[in-house]
Design a protein around this ligand. Sequence first.
Ligand SMILES: [Fe+2]
Length: 315
Amino acid sequence: MPDDQRDRRRNKSEDDITAEVLARFAETPDPRLRQIMLSLVGHLHAFVKEVQLTEAEWFQAIEMLTAAGKLCSDKRQEFILFSDTLGVSMVVDLLDHRKPEGATESTVFGPFHRLGAPEMPAGGNIAHRDTTGMPMLVSGRVLDLDGRPIAGALIDVWQAQTNGLYDSQDAHPDELHMRGKLRSDAAGRYLIRTVRPVHYPIPSDGPVGRMLKATGRHPWRPAHIHFVVSAEGYEPVTTHIFDRADSYLASDAVFAVKESLICDFVRHDSPTPEASRLGLAPPFLAAEFDFRLAPATTVPVTDAQRQLAALGAHA
Ligand SMILES: [Fe+2]
């Protein structure tokens, strides 16, 4: 090797390495992948240099990611939890789901959606095995941006049980519970029977939990019910409704609360026609929430949205 080349290698600085890595990715054929890789390498190297990362810290990060990977299964998704608790999921949500005025706002998908939720008629009870929670009716309409009803919209709903656990975290993780798929009727109306959702801590027995503990953060999410609402010709929306009375609304561990998704859960001590029809005796809670879908053409459909729509339509 000529002397001048040997000298250059010996005198390499950290910035030389960054430049060399960037140059190596500069010929990536796909322009979007090129943009992402160059930016990723630039920011990642800048971060490592800014905090002057030690080898021990770097190895700790590798171990943490390894532990996260080992925890993942069809019932546990530690990387989504990392993304959620670092606020990345909500930033992506905001960037990628610019909704037109009046459309229902989206929020995180979360790690607990499961395929195979049962189809139910209007008034179907997703909480049939939960005998301790306060009974609750959730109803409303699925509308377009002009307020016209959307008939036959698919409402994929899921929530935690009264013990604060999703079915996949509980004693019989293979049995689906607190999940259902319902359709809106000709007037766009839907009706779901459930129990009051509770606030719950995200799983904190893994690396995400250790990160929260080490940084003095709590793992709690305010009480909410998850929805993916989809209809032919409209943008599907992935969202939650939140209980206005919840004490964690201002400090959701995954930053997912939006004002427009906060809902009054109203206590009823006397029967209502809807409750009587379902054989539901007071006291119970009722929440009203209208989903407003944007037409499919107003925003470009991304692969992620297509995936979510497919989950709703075929699961
Ligand atoms: Fe949840």
